[in-house]
Design a protein around this ligand. Sequence first.
Ligand code: SF4
Length: 415
Amino acid sequence: MKYIDEFRDPELARQLLADIRVRSKRPVRFMEFCGGHTHAIFRHGLRQMLPPTVELRSGPGCPVCVTAHADLDRAVALAMLPGVILVTFGDMLKVPGSHGSLQTARAAGADVRIVYSALDALPIARDQPERAVIFLGVGFETTAPTVAASVLEAEARGLGNYYVLSLHKLTPPATRAILDPHPPYSPPIGGAGGVRLAGIIGPGHVTTVIGSQAWEFLPRDYGVSCAVAGFEPLDILQAVAALVEMAETGRPAVVNAYSRSVRPEGNRTALDVMYRVFEVSEAEWRGLGHVPASGLRLRPEYARFDAALAYSVDPGPTYLLPAPVPGASEHGGCRCGDVLRGTVEPPNCPLFRRVCTPARPVGPCMVSAEGACAAWYRYGTTDWERNGNGLGKERKRIGKGTEADWERNGCLTEW
Ligand code: SF4
């Protein structure tokens, strides 16, 4: 299949891996920002194939996972209002908030519906003009243009009962938040006790919209390399090879390893639509706190579509992680915030697999299809468990795999 088979060629993968092994001399840690990359890396067994000098950490690139507890509580409170239909993507339903999830709200009588696109909410608003249809807008720069398009379309159709609760987030400010040694906001995060990185695997879909130029602050301001990658195994290996090369030569830069989709300037049409409807605002991220200029709110011209302005709700007290909260649905031991900052890996969480599973998730990182905990649960813990599932075993696990293991386990043949 074009654009699939040629990016899953085992022979080319072997060549790239051999190149990485030869070039990589000193230990480096790279972060894959995007949850889609985390799952692709696990699915294709890439972590085990890399030399022990190369460590990969998951980042905050899962929109469901980084949705703040307080925002989720607000969405649940909105869903419980009489006459409201709350519309959102399926992953959001099971994420536990302080007082329950959207799924428990639905069980209690709220009208919560799943759609695949914001535009799917418009026929619902058209068919039930007596009810308010609120789209819960969660996502990065890839999703926000489509939600903006739904607002423009609702305006064109004269829909007076369509609203958006915008929880959209921008990825470059979150990356700064992870790397800033002295962030000017609270709580202290990132470089102040956070993870040290030599490079970042840039999110392919997001960068298709914002352009590879958007990452130039990484080498300029932080001395951190960036290689933008697609989601096939060769895309990711190519990005890792570029990051290793830059780490070894000490010349950080931005490399576009996804040139079939990403342009330096991005997608102007999508950006124009997004910024026509939204403006930049502060946003709260789970695990990162309040990050300036990292969110999108509706512009004053579109204020009548803003659910946050149209409906005032009291979601009750928010129980923040990781503080133990007696009687709350939140489990005090959840380490999603640390996982999203890349300071720990999911098996470091005491609840991982023992209490928290995809069937009974405790935190959003286990709920979302892009969550790091879900990826580790599904693909990543066999070696870990063989080694005792204890803290401090990461390096052993990461350095353990061989190409023979990989072929024996079917990873290459599954390609
Ligand atoms: Fe949270 Fe579950 Fe992940 Fe632990 S394993 S950090 S409880 S989502």
